[in-house]
Design a protein around this ligand. Structure first.
Ligand SMILES: Cc1ncc(COP(=O)(O)O)c(C=O)c1O
Length: 356
């Protein structure tokens, strides 16, 4: 066990498990890298974090996150750069979003010295686990949950913050089919839709399962009040191209403020695309489809990257989008984003952060 200047104790694995992984054929989210970072909050303060071998946590069944859902997470990726270096993409944005989710879920802030410095240290240690760009990337999961052993609905006084990682290939291996439903909602104004909290995902499982049974990949969520305005998808924000204009819903408080979404809006603006961030109703999409103006639709997310939408099921039929090779905007965005992340394009925004 050694202690670094950053005050992170490190206990390394005796032998790496990396040789067990076929990096050319990585299943998403099933293989975990050698180490994890763990930090505890108690007595009103954070304790020094530790990096140790990835493995089981010992928890009592009474802990408040298991019983009352006080639990949040993040999703980000490390990419391998042209010189073999480890590159993070906008990690500060994930750190800030985690703390916004924490505020909503009545949890204390996680300091940068734990989230950002801990991340640097963990990725430096496990950088061999970052797949080559053509194979994928290293998915990073910061997870933060309440640990009071107490039955009763109240904010916990103790917490655990963990970062673990897994090498991944693509999340979606083909364009997706989305189903619009009016039977369920994902989030309502004043709720927790803009927080990355576990319950939001649990609540989406049944509607997603019903959509899958009908031959779709996921639900495309509408607003809770009017069942009219498009919100997002379970793992990604959505964009449409209608008659040459890119349109994406605004951050209304009910959708996750995606870091990919934000990056794509910036790229589009800076390259003089027509981009509108405004409410877009499913009826507008349907009308554009009827009129022949509906050109592209895609999802945007860290896991999903830029994912083409093949069709949207609505009103008993499929609105089918043009073939992928006829989608210049999403093709361009996908390439730009990947090049920025993996270090093959200039980064005027300072989004890329090298692991030192
Ligand atoms: C519900 C939801 N919306 C959008 C996104 C996209 O967010 P980001 O681009 O930050 O990954 C995600 C993925 O994390 C998500 O889970």
């Amino acid at each position: 066990m050694k202690t670094l200047e950053r005050n992170i104790r490190i206990k390394q694995v005796a032998e790496s498990r990396i040789h067990e992984v076929d990096m050319n054929n990585i299943p998403f989210g099933r293989v975990f890298s050698d180490h994890m970072l763990i930090a505890h909050y108690r007595d009103g303060q954070w304790q020094a974090p530790e990096i140790r071998p990835y493995g089981k946590l010992e928890l009592e069944p009474s802990i408040s996150s298991l019983n009352y859902g006080q639990s949040i997470f993040e999703g980000m990726k490390a990419h391998r750069g042209p010189q073999g270096e480890a590159l993070l993409f906008r990690p500060e944005a994930n750190w800030k979003r985690l703390n916004r989710s924490a505020a909503r879920m009545c949890m204390p802030e996680v300091p940068a010295s734990i989230f950002l410095d801990g991340l640097q240290e963990l990725i430096r240690l496990d950088q061999a686990w970052i797949p080559a760009p053509e194979q994928g990337a290293l998915y990073i999961r910061p997870l933060y949950f309440a640990t009071d052993e107490f039955i009763g609905v109240k904010a916990s006084e103790t917490y655990t913050f963990v970062i673990f990682t897994c090498p991944v290939g693509p999340y979606y291996t083909r364009p997706v089919r989305l189903l619009v439903t009016k039977d369920y909602i994902r989030a309502a104004i004043g709720g927790t839709g803009s927080a990355k909290t576990c319950g939001n995902y649990a609540a989406s499982l049944l509607p997603d399962k019903l959509a899958k049974a009908r031959g779709y990949d996921n639900v495309l969520w509408l607003d809770a009040r009017e069942h009219r305005f498009i919100e997002e998808c379970g793992t990604m924000n959505v964009f449409f191209v209608i008659d040459g204009t890119v349109i994406t819903p605004p951050l209304s408080g009910t959708i996750l403020p995606g870091i990919t979404r934000d990056s794509l809006i910036r790229l589009l603006k800076d390259h003089d695309y027509k981009i509108e961030v405004r409410p877009i109703s499913i009826y507008e999409v349907e009308e554009a489809y009827e009129a022949g103006y509906l050109q592209e639709a895609f999802g945007a997310g860290t896991a999903a990257t830029v994912t083409h939408i093949e069709a949207i099921g609505f009103g008993g039929r499929d609105l089918v989008f043009p073939p992928v090779d006829q989608r210049p905007v999403s093709q361009w965005l996908g390439q730009q984003l990947e090049a920025l992340k993996s270090g093959t394009a200039k980064d005027p925004y300072g989004w890329r952060v090298k692991v030192e």
